[in-house]
Each structure stands twice: as C-alpha cells, then as structure tokens.
Design a protein. Structure first.
Length: 351
C-alpha cells in the first residue's frame, strides 16, 4: 500500500488533507520543490504547483495527478469531491490559514495534529532506500572527520575546525550540511549547542564536534569528543562515564523497547556516576528527511521502537567551567536489535 493511500484510508467522510510542508510533499511524491500543495481526498490525489515546477513535476511524479495551480482550482477540487473539512499540517502559518479561509468558503479548516500524527508515523519507519541514503550521508561525514582530525592543532579556532569539517563534507559529496556544525572546545564544551567561535584551542582541551551531511534529502548526525593532547583526569573520567552510558543505551535497543527505557539506561548510568544534573537533553531522536524527527529517546516519550526506525544515541555530560562530552551514534532498529550506522572509533582519541 502506498503512503498516500495510507493517509487517504484515515480520512473521514467528506474530509481531505492538504500537504504543504516541503519534506512531507517530498516524502509522499518524491518530488522536490519549494512550492506546492498536495490535496488528498479519500479517492483522489492531486499535486498542485506553479509554472516554475510544473514541467518537472509532470515528468517525475507518477503516484498522483499533477496540475498547474490556477485561481479557484483548489476550491473547485474540494467542491467536486464534496470536501467539507480540510486537515492542515501543524506547520501551516496563520497567514496561510487565512488565505485558505478566503479561498475555500464553506470548508472547515482543522489543524488538530491528526495529519501530523499520520505523517510522523509514516516517516518514522524507514524503507531500505531511505536507510541507504542515510548511511551514504553518514559515510561522507565520517570521511570528513577522518580527514580533518589529523589537522587539528593548538591555536586553531573552533570556527577553523567547523569550516574544515563543512568543506570536507561538501567536497566529499554532501548536497548540503545537516545543520550548522557544532565545535565546542575547553570550557565551551559545557554548552550542548555551542556556536563555533574564536576560542583558540589549547593543549589538554576536549573538543566536541557535532556534524552531519545530507544525501538526496536524507540527513546524518554524529558527535565525537576528542582530546588535544593529554586531558585532565577529570575530563577523562567524564568521557568514560559518557561512553559507558552510550553503550548501556545501545545495549537495550531492540523492537518493542520503550524509547524512554533507552533514555533511562543512559541517564541512570550518568546519575550513578554523580553527573545526573549535568545531562541536560534527551538521549536521542529520529533522523530522516529532517535531522530531528520522531521518535524521541527521552523521559517523556510514549513511543516504542520498531524495525526501520533510525535514531541517534547521544548522551552527554556538560560541566560548566570545566568541559563537556557528547558521543553520538546513528543506528537503525532491526527485527532482532539494531545496526550501528556509525563506523567510527569511540574510545577517547588524543590528537
């Protein structure tokens, strides 16, 4: 059954869905564009786009009808299919909602997250071709890391290292970066989402690097923390705690396991070592057409792991005024456990 058909089967009588989020449109149709509306009723699917994309869309899209959008066309489609209620994605802006209210008199607009729930459930489970693209993106990121690591020296800035990683990923085949690369050294490592700046690397610093590449729209995400010269005993202790926590979380990943239990495995290990208050985020998240998507490996998650889910496992300890450590792998859940897509050393590397 196609993904479009799965959504259509969940539509109530006289209800339609309007898909306008670019990632969701791409997921359902395979077509990449900055503009378009995918209208789904119980028995029809039409991709409406403008003159910039119509020729390419008609050549590329086979899963639904493709039309150039014209004034009144959306209204006429809703009328001809008896649509009285239109589901909108949660990302629909107030401006867009007002435009639709004007264009679709007599149609009730509903942004009740039902559509988002359907899309999240579909996108959480990756098909083989999706996992292959994520893996290809991961290999590009790893190759960039291997290339840049030997060049890191005392006196380089965080920004220098980030730019080197970015360039290596793009030169290595990434169509773009998954997100703004994070490089946090020394005391800046206590900030989980630090912005690379002019801090000059010093001997003994821990350096946390969080980065990823995109291949055919699919993201990778990895983090490694390395030492520039021999680190302090405390820094090495924190590293060992985070590594043990990550291994504990990985050990419980399997289909049917609650996402919150994966988080607990890492969190309990860090708490037992006395650093519980310094682990300030969830243990992981889904990765796909977005770098952060469902499911979430967190204390509040109600989701259960299923085969095909691709998630990060990234516990961290962030000690203000001292250092920070995060270690992140990307794994795909299988029928019996998981496959780690990250083929990169995790023992503390001293450069």
């Amino acid at each position: 059954m196609s993904n479009i058909k799965r959504i259509q089967n969940n539509l109530p009588l006289r209800c339609a869905a309007l898909i306008e989020c670019p990632r969701n449109r791409r997921y359902l149709t395979g077509f990449v564009s900055s503009y378009g509306s995918l209208l789904l009723t119980r028995d029809t699917a039409v991709l409406l786009t403008d003159s910039r994309y119509i020729e390419a869309a008609q050549a590329a899209v086979a899963c639904c009808a493709v039309e150039e959008i014209k004034a009144g066309r959306l209204r006429n489609l809703c009328k001809s299919h008896g649509v009285k209620k239109l589901w909108l994605e949660g990302s629909a802006t107030m401006e867009r909602v007002q435009q639709l209210r004007t264009a679709l008199p007599g149609v009730y607009l509903s942004s009740n997250r039902a559509l988002d729930v359907h899309m999240n459930q579909l996108r959480m489970i990756k098909h083989d071709d999706e996992a292959q693209k994520i893996t290809a993106a991961q290999r590009i990121a790893e190759a960039a890391f291997a290339q840049v690591l030997p060049t890191i020296t005392v006196g380089m800035t965080e920004r220098d290292v980030a730019l080197a990683l970015d360039f290596a990923m793009l030169r290595g085949g990434a169509e773009r970066l998954s997100f703004d690369t994070i490089v946090a050294a020394g005391v800046n490592g206590s900030k989980p989402h630090a912005v690379p700046g002019d801090y000059a690397l010093r001997r003994g610093d821990l350096i946390t690097m969080d980065f990823g590449a995109v291949v055919e729209g699919y993201h990778s995400d990895m983090t490694r923390t390395v030492a520039l010269g021999e680190p302090s005993a405390q820094a090495r202790e924190i590293y060992d705690v985070v590594l043990a926590a990550q291994e504990a979380a990985l050990a419980v990943i399997a289909p049917g396991v609650a996402c919150k239990d994966v988080d607990a495995a890492a969190r309990d290990m860090i708490k037992a070592a006395g650093y519980g208050e310094h682990f300030r985020h969830g243990t992981g998240h889904g990765v796909g057409l977005a770098v952060h998507e469902e499911p979430r490996l967190s204390e509040k998650s109600r989701e259960v792991l299923r085969p095909g889910m691709v998630v990060t496992v990234e516990p961290g300890v962030y000690l203000p005024g001292v250092c920070g450590v995060r270690i992140e792998d990307l794994v795909v859940v299988t029928d019996t456990g998981y496959v780690n897509l990250t083929a990169c050393e995790k023992e503390l590397m001293v450069v």
